[in-house]
Write a protein that binds this ligand. Structure first.
Ligand code: HEM
Length: 467
């Protein structure tokens, strides 16, 4: 993608950014050529990085006097010319819903949660979200985070962009930004950003489940970013650079890498396998099912509040899998635990992978073909008031423990229109599922994913304009 395709926006001093009360970046904060007004047309986010965003890239304030010095504004566009499969694939950042939910699931994940620095207020938060939206609108198109990018800031400044994704981006990158419950009200009831009145009534925490060994340091946070791409370096580049832009305003609380999708979110995709070797994602909600998405995934008008309509809730659970134990289990037992044939993913009641399981089917002796305590039986909608979810998880392998066992598992991500609906299914699984013996959940988070960004807007704008 060339710079002509996605020109660098610029702003005049004092120009209204469209936000409520966010300080306007100073002139030249993200330098653009003189024809700035024309360049702004068609920009996904009609502003450059704020002065603070630029300062963060410069290392917290060094060389501040140089900020207003116009660079060449020549964007080094990463065109995906490396020849890697899918390198040139790009998804728009703007839309009714955020990307990275029904987008065909990419192969790699870098997920991060952040806490806002103490003492900062509502305007700071808005400005950070504007900066992230601006940078995300660029990197998802294969551009550097700013006009000066990796190479055009001159020899005397640290480069704005760290540069490692040049030539391989955008690789289908999506950046999905979410809000933790603590953004609205802390555990101590503090309303840091004047948002407490906007807390959706459905934004609840998950109850503790059997086999939960939750590490709070790896859970929750004020904000989250899910970066998915078909190249791992592109996903990591996104989190690295957005973290850098947030320097001094929000601090990385925890992050998780994931490799190999464990679900399909489009009928165009094959069903992948998880680390237990099972086909995973067979009975998932897919992009091509708008009615199911409306019913189970997108926050609707009847659920509200208005600002959150078309958003969703992201549930993230880091589930360690005792793979060494599983690997010693007989194939027949592995299939009984799941309720599906391991080779082709078909339900044990018969048929093909995508045929509905028949939970009443029996063998000649009258025994159920699908065990009542199998995973599929416990989590199937017929056993859970019809509740479905859109699963979009990834495998992880984070080294090993001191006994030589891999620290591996599934970074489970699901999207639902109310966390309580997830809890219904999960309680059913935690209580009886044969699977539980092989799993241990070490982190758990719920984030609200606000609706999509309009052209020129920023993530969460509807919330801040709601009051
Ligand atoms: C490491 C943990 C887990 C593994 C390895 C796993 C694996 C699987 C497998 C192999 C299937 C069958 C294929 C498919 O339809 O995708 C499945 C289905 C499913 N899983 Fe899990 N799962 C895990 C955790 C969870 C959790 C925590 C939930 C949420 C409570 C969940 C909800 C579901 C649902 C809703 C289905 C589809 C059921 C249906 O409609 O037939 N899974 N899972």
């Amino acid at each position: 993608m060339s710079e002509d395709d996605l020109p660098e926006p610029s702003r005049s001093p004092g120009e209204d950014s469209g936000s409520q009360g966010a300080p306007a970046p100073e002139a030249g904060a993200d330098p653009a050529p003189e024809a700035g007004a024309q360049e702004n047309a068609g920009s996904p986010v009609g502003r450059g990085l704020s002065r603070r965003g630029m300062l963060a890239l410069l290392g917290g304030g060094v060389a501040g006097a140089s900020i207003g010095v116009a660079g060449t504004a020549a964007v080094v566009a990463a065109t995906g010319s490396s020849g890697e499969p899918g390198a040139g694939l790009s998804y728009p950042f703007a839309g009714a819903h955020q990307a990275g939910i029904v987008t065909p699931e990419q192969e790699h994940l870098h997920f991060a949660a952040f806490d806002i620095r103490e003492g900062l207020g509502r305007d700071d938060l808005i400005e950070l979200l504007q900066d992230w939206s601006y940078a995300a609108s660029r990197i998802t198109q294969g551009l550097d985070v700013s006009a000066r990018g990796a190479f055009d800031g001159g020899p005397y400044l640290p480069p704005d962009d760290t540069g490692e994704a040049t030539g391989i981006a955008p690789a289908g990158l999506t950046v999905t930004i979410g809000f933790g419950r603590s953004l609205f009200s802390t555990d101590a009831g503090e309303d840091r950003f004047g948002l407490a009145a906007q807390l959706p009534e459905h934004f609840t925490e998950l109850p503790k489940m059997i086999n939960d060994f939750i590490d709070r340091g790896r859970s929750a946070g004020d904000l989250c970013i899910q970066a998915c791409a078909n190249d791992p370096k592109v996903a990591v580049h996104a989190i690295r650079n957005l973290t850098r832009i947030a320097f001094g305003r929000a601090q990385l609380r925890w992050s998780q890498l994931g490799y190999g999708r464990t679900s399909s979110t489009s009928t165009s995709q094959d069903t992948p396998r998880n680390l237990f070797g099972q086909k995973d994602g067979t009975a998932n909600i897919r992009a091509e099912e708008p009615d199911r998405l409306e019913e189970h995934v997108w926050i609707g008008e009847s659920q509200g509040p208005d600002w959150a309509v078309n958003g969703t809730y992201l549930i993230a659970r880091r589930i360690s899998m005792t793979i060494e134990v599983w690997d010693g289990v007989q194939l027949g037992e592995q299939e009984r635990v799941t309720g599906r044939d391991k080779r082709d993913g078909a339900p044990l009641s018969g048929g093909g992978e995508f045929d509905e399981p028949d939970f009443a089917a029996t063998d000649a002796s009258g025994a159920l073909l699908i065990d009542e305590r199998s995973h599929v039986a416990r989590v199937h909608p017929s056993n859970n008031d019809g509740i479905r979810m859109l699963r979009r998880g990834y495998n992880f392998t984070d080294g090993n423990d001191d006994q030589g066992r891999l620290d591996a598992g599934l970074f489970f991500i699901a999207f639902v229109n109310a966390p309580e609906r997830f809890s219904v299914v999960h309680k059913n699984m935690a209580r009886d599922d044969l699977f539980i013996e092989y799993l241990k959940t070490t982190a758990s988070s719920v984030f609200l994913i606000p609706p999509g960004v309009s052209e020129g807007g920023y993530v969460g704008q509807q919330l801040f304009e709601a009051g």
